[in-house]
Write a protein that binds this ligand. Sequence first.
Ligand SMILES: [Zn+2]
Length: 475
Amino acid sequence: MIYTKLQSIVNQFNMDQYKGLAIYFLFYLYSSGESRSYLIQTAIENGNRKAGSENNLAFDVKDNDEEPQLLVDLNPKGAGASLRALSPKTSKFCDDPDLLSCQIADISANILGKKSILLPGNIELKFKNKVPGNDNAYNYEGAGSSLIVIYNPESSAMSGTATLADGRTFVLEYIGEEGHLWKEMNIQKLNQLSYVSNGNRGEGRTPFQDFIELPPGNINRREWNPLLNGTTDNTTMAFISVKIHFTKEFASITSNINDFVDKMLAITNQGFLNSKVPITVVMNCLEETGLEETGSANSMFDKFENSENLYQTADTALLLVKNLGDLCGIAYTYAIHGNAISVVQKSCVETFTYGHELAHNLGCQHNIEETKNRNFPHGQGSFIDNPYNPSQGYHTIMTYWKNSHPIKINSYSNPDVIYPRTNTKTGDPEKSNNAAVLLQNRFFIASLGDESQQCFLKNCLNGKCKDSGLQIKNW
Ligand SMILES: [Zn+2]
């Protein structure tokens, strides 16, 4: 029998010590008397080209007593501003059926890091934290609204997602010479994608189910090791690596693939932080797939699962697509056999779908009314009642939308976390504690790959990617 000992040394993230941070997570796995060590760097060094750049903005919270300024200005001034409009080149990046509006905006990156900033509509947000895994990722919050924003020192551009208190969601995207776009997502439509599945609760694989239960004994990417599972350590950071694939169709509507992916990881890692779960997702590889989109979640998932170099050496694999038909995402649940894969539609990244599907891989399930968790009885999503407005309640990441609780929050159910807007717990120890499932299974999932190979596309903009300066890809 294999004797396995897990020894981990980690530097906990400390909000005051981000500058120049290079945290190394040493993960020693002793198996069959043979010692192997996996050195996993955080995203700060691992693929996020921005760390350490001389152009890096000061990250210390700037002590500003002055009036907060607009971070995103929808009334661009300056020379030629009145002439700026959506050109055919620009409008291509507005070609997403899940958008309500799409317009050119100016940004003020120099105010990033200040205590307070304004979004269009005079929405004031205060700096809360840097997002684990990326030294250029900021989280701002205020009165129920939040903003994840990434600064790219190479292009001096920003990308971000603002989730407002009233449920509206706006996306900031850099498109090159023409500046930035400010897009409103059709959240109601994205919610309906989830809602459709309410009528399809059957076991097995149905057209509207976003998870697939694995038959036992399927694939063993790495020997199942119970000692890596069921940890009682609730503080050590687990770094879960992901190989990210994307389709040509995804690339055609994504002006800046690197920034989009960085933002997606920041949204996901902020979700773990909000839930007091020490997991950081780290990109290990970014690659275009040759798979053509079918517009169907199940067929896309099949194609992806059977494709080459799925994980390479990462723990998990993700495929980003433009259109997944009736679903926002699809994944295997409880990837006990190493099948930690998921497919996610681009627009749904804004509603935390990558965090949702990744949590399926780790064993989490929906709210009990939707799907019973067969592996972890407490691993269900939760609703949070809104005492101030009962028709505007909240639901956690794994929970499906319903009329009385239409607003999704970037948190997993957790009885140890209080949701500030209601001052109530986000979960129940017996009934809804997906955070416990994430805590319990995180080291096992993090052990699936050894991260010995990396592959990155860099400097992708408007259909061209310079891959480490050697190759240029065109879409
Ligand atoms: Zn799901």
